[in-house]
Design a binder for this molecule. Structure first.
Ligand SMILES: [Zn+2]
Length: 272
């Protein structure tokens, strides 16, 4: 009885999933990667506005006129060359010696004052800003949330499916559900985070170059970050490194994309 009722329910749920997912396909600018995002920009905007306001209240905003002018100048020069030039970008410097930077989906970019000791030139700062705004332009936050939802929903669907299959023992069932759960984390979510990092690196390289900053400065910045992490052995690592692991492979990838970025840089120089 139960089985005959659950089978059509399972198919209906699958169909519902497909209808929800299909219209949500998008293409990432510059890399052309197809992605699935089913969280609206309005939802992202209201959520990140709230988060940023809260972050501002809890942390000290740096009011140094020269530093702020510098970041606004570099920031606006970079966003101008992206497909999101009209977004309400906001660049805020926070008084924090931890060299860190972040960007929220609504275009709010936070930069810790500690980053200035690692990114010592305008071009290196442009590399940091370009990387951060690339996460926003590629909608990585919404995509990550989408993958999380897919993992949860598929897990639930699988459980329904297994409940229908009466010849599977409860122990085997639990093992299958557990394995899929682990796969969802390791196979879908984590590698995507790394893929997002690479994509933001690649897009960032293009945007900084298009804005007239030598893309080689990105390599210089990551090398300096790597050196800063080695110097700090035993001490607390800059938090940027926990979310942005830097090693030889990151540098190698940047160098692989460098020729295309250099072409953009040359074009930008010719225009000015
Ligand atoms: Zn990143």
């Amino acid at each position: 009885m139960t089985e005959s009722f659950l089978r059509p329910l399972f198919s209906v749920l699958l169909l519902a999933l497909l209808t929800v997912f299909f219209p949500a396909c998008a293409t990432v600018p510059e890399t052309g990667r197809k992605q699935m995002v089913f969280f609206g920009e309005e939802m992202e905007r209201s959520q990140s506005e709230r988060e940023f306001a809260q972050y501002k209240r809890r942390n000290t905003v740096n009011k140094n006129a020269a530093l702020n002018e510098r970041v606004q100048r570099i920031g606006s020069r970079v966003v101008r060359v992206t497909p999101a030039a009209n977004k309400a970008w906001e660049f805020v410097i926070f008084e924090d010696s931890d060299p860190n930077a972040f960007a929220l989906p609504s275009g709010k970019v936070g930069i810790n004052s500690g980053i200035f000791s690692v990114a010592t030139s305008d071009a290196m700062l442009a590399a940091v800003i370009s990387h951060e705004i690339s996460h926003v332009i590629a909608r990585h936050g919404a995509e990550r949330a989408t993958h999380g939802t897919i993992a949860t929903v598929s897990g639930a669907l699988l459980e329904i499916g297994l409940a229908v299959a009466t010849d599977i023992s409860p122990l085997t069932r639990a093992a299958i559900v557990g394995a899929v759960g682990a796969g969802a984390t390791l196979g879908v979510i984590l590698p995507y985070s790394r893929a997002h990092e690479h994509e933001a690196d690649r897009m960032g390289l293009i945007y900084m170059a298009r804005a007239g900053y030598n893309p080689e400065a990105a390599v210089e910045f990551w090398k300096r970050m790597m050196a800063a992490s080695k110097k700090k052995k035993g001490l607390k690592l800059p938090s940027f490194l926990s979310t942005h692991p830097v090693d030889e492979s990151r540098i190698k990838r940047l160098e692989k994309w460098m020729p295309q970025a250099q072409d953009e840089y040359l074009l930008a120089k010719q225009k000015n």
